[in-house]
Design a protein around this ligand. Structure first.
Ligand code: UD1
Length: 340
């Protein structure tokens, strides 16, 4: 049985990935420093799987701790999620982002290399494409200059991985570029749990619907899109998690066509903010309090994925409908509030 280290494994994406990996026959070591999450999702993962999991409470900025972790466990592949992810905060405090996000990844690759773990998967983002008018974006689309230090750390980490793969014999890397991950596990035992006021659309919607927030602001309805609101590619979190299983399997089974590969992880379908709000209302049979607000700085008008490469190479495709996904997001919010 192969073992996968999931750094940041107690967070939103990491917890869903852990579930899918184990259900696909992998062993998982979860590592997290709980700097941006509590134990809710880790406990939820153990509940879904009905078993205890090895948990390493470490900060990957501590290179000795990273080294010890790889010395203790025989790791076949590592998926690196551990990073800060608030765009606004990264603008206000860039050193926090460059320090943490780059150093932790450097340490992970260094420790993996030293201990003979040759497969490294990096959690990247569609943010690396920036504003582009050639849509949908393919993996070959040119990356635009990052609009925030957070986005810049994603670009730099991709480059770090690419360069290490090139320089060090036997190291393979995959970067998965996520579009907009949303929704929750069908069990409603794990989901997104933002601290403070949510910056992302779907948690803001669910918190408004439950009464934690008064009103959703739709940032701009004067964009050059069919209904004037921005277009995004919303990818279900379980579908997204399964893309990781496919990518890890491709690496450990030596099926890669190049030592460093990049895949878009999205649905390939653009959805507007307004459409998302309306679908949420319809599928959950409720009315959402919302208003049109000014545009948000640094938002791009539209972005969605060309998924042909991920579909053919990873043998992976998004399967859950937007309706199912938005129902799962609402079920999770209700469970958190103790209403279900
Ligand atoms: C954001 C980040 C991106 C990150 C991704 C992770 C920015 C500029 N980009 O993408 O780097 O990788 O999250 O999921 O923050 N919206 C509203 N009202 C709200 C919140 C959002 O109308 O209260 C709109 C936004 O204008 C946007 C869409 O909803 O058009 C999606 O926003 P969001 O969920 O924040 O994701 P992105 O901005 O696409």
């Amino acid at each position: 049985m192969k073992t996968v280290l999931v750094s940041g494994g107690a967070g939103y994406i990491g917890s869903h990935v852990t579930v899918e990996l184990i259900q696909s026959g992998y062993d998982v070591v979860v590592a997290d420093n709980f700097s941006n999450c509590d134990r809710t999702c880790f406990n939820g993962v153990e509940k879904i799987l009905d078993r205890k999991l090895p948990l390493e409470e470490i900060d990957f900025c501590d290179s000795k701790a990273a080294d010890r972790l790889f010395a203790t466990h025989k790791i076949d592949a590592v998926i690196h999620f551990a990073a800060f992810k608030a765009v606004g905060e990264s603008v206000a405090d860039p050193l926090k982002y460059y320090g943490n996000n780059l150093e932790s990844f450097v340490n992970v690759i260094g420790a993996a290399r030293k201990h003979g773990c040759s497969n490294i998967l990096f959690s990247s983002s569609a943010t690396v494409y920036g504003e582009t008018d050639k849509l949908p974006v393919t993996e070959q689309s040119e990356r635009q200059p990052a609009t925030s230090p957070y986005g810049n750390t994603k670009q730099i980490c991709e480059d770090i991985l690419r360069d290490c793969v090139k320089a060090y014999e036997g190291i393979h890397g995959i970067a998965l570029r996520y579009f907009n991950p949303i929704g929750a596990h069908p069990s409603a035992l794990i989901g997104e749990l933002p601290r403070g006021v949510p910056a992302n659309l779907v948690p803001y919607i669910t918190q408004t619907a439950i009464g934690k927030r008064e009103c959703l602001s739709i940032f701009g309805n004067d964009y050059p899109t069919p209904d004037g609101t921005c277009l995004r590619d919303y990818i279900d979190i379980v579908d997204l998690a399964r893309a990781h299983v496919a990518a890890v399997t491709r690496m450990v089974d030596s099926k890669m066509k190049a030592d460093y590969e990049i895949f878009n992880v999205g649905t390939g379908k653009p959805v507007s903010v307004m459409e998302l709000v309306t679908t949420f209302e319809k599928v959950n049979n409720l009315k959402l309090n919302y208003r049109i607000a000014p545009r948000r700085a640094v938002d791009v008008t539209a972005i969605w994925a060309d998924t042909a490469v991920a579909n053919s190479e990873l043998g992976w495709k998004a399967t859950r409908t937007l309706e199912e996904t938005l129902a799962s997001a609402w079920a999770w919010e209700k469970r958190l509030a103790g209403k279900e």
